[in-house]
Design a protein around this ligand. Sequence first.
Ligand code: MN
Length: 507
Amino acid sequence: MKMDCAELLKTKNGPLAEEDKNLIQKAYDFAKHAHEGQERKSGDPYFVHCFETAKMVARWGLDAHVVSAALLHDTAEDTKHALKKVEEEFGKEIASLVDGVTKLGHFKYREEERRWRKDGDHVADNFRKLIFALSEDIRVIFIKFADRLHNMKTLDALPQEKRNRVALETYEIYAPLAYRLGMTFAAGELEDLSLPYLFPKEYKWLIENVPQKFEEGEAYLQVVKKILEGDLKKNGVAPKEINFRTKRLSSIYKKLKKYDMDLDQIYDLVAMRIIVESVEDCYKTMGIIHGIWKPLPGRIKDYVALPKPNGYQSIHTTVFCVNQKITEFQIRTEQMNEEAQYGIAAHWAYTEAKEKKPYEKRRVVFADKKEAAWIKHLNTWQESRDPDKKGFIESLKNDFLQDRIFVVSPKGDVFDLPHGATPVDFAYHIHSEVGNECSGAKVNGRLIPLDHELRSGDVVEILRQKNKKPSDSWLRFVKTNAAKEHIKEVLRKKENLMSRLWNIRKK
Ligand code: MN
């Protein structure tokens, strides 16, 4: 395997400074030496893992400190070189990154979940650590994602039980977390890599049936592309790139479960992606497409004006295309495309490149960004949790990591909620008081019942009534654990009061 340090010195944010190059080279030599003679379970030299991890974060555009820490990320754990040595050689900042990754290293997801009653605490503590690391220094998570990606690629070398545990943890925790941070590329990779371990039969079916559909889809889009190129040119739009994106196996799998494994029901198996110069060109291109082919009503999605909660921006439209075949187009600028793949890592890399300041200062600039708000929210949540540890993992999965919809407040603020959420969930999401006093709701201007299932893009207005109390019937339909807990708490208080009154009356 080729492991040339020069590969780590390429960056998309312009040439690296001489000192940065030297730093990476030094970390490269140090890690290589530290892991000398060690092997991975696969039989590869251990250093391969460090190199691949570093290559990944370099590809995400992260700076020399992160690349160096990625090279060094296992030296404190797997070798005699203790953390102290790393600090002496590379300074506090890199040592603290390495330390952060090392501390995150010890999840025992499934194994311990099975032994819930005995030591469930331990699992929840690990996730607390994960969330804490996320809010303390987001760069630790970038390294962890890269580390996990390479571990998943070499998972075959591990014994089966361990394989399944790591795959499950990847699928249920790491991938949704990456997705939530807008790192859809890493999220998709992580999910795809888990698939053969978690759903072997379905995976086999997919690789037997999907590739042929991809080929057909691409051949078809070649024809469409020619027509589109002609019309774009006529109208003065010069696209930077037109390519075809094939849907990931893991997302095909999720969709197929809803459609009885019928591949023909999935319109966006292969979609056309058009990268243009400016936001203006995005809309122009959409207009040109609609001029040639009629759009499907209700399938035009403007994530440029209204980005998804994870920051995703793009215009999607689905049209009756050549031969009336239903076809999806995605239109976006280059920057949107970059961010759509690397999400918060792209934002961070951008902050890094722009703010030539020490880490702490950059962090402050970054924390003000909207993308960081979710992390703050997550951290406040974990700090406020009571020691009921079992509920902890459930809420984390349910309230934060599940499939999301996003809804809009009358002021235009975008909020995200788990799939299936109701106006009551939305009310509690805003504030517990808003939830408690919720007396009705309007969706898109119309009054609806409180158990109404919200959909992405809905404008939701909560009607409040002072001193109103939640009803226990709400527990039947609310989706988020946060709402459930608030409702139960109020009901408990009410019950206590009632029984006190009852006792007084009895006396
Ligand atoms: Mn590692």
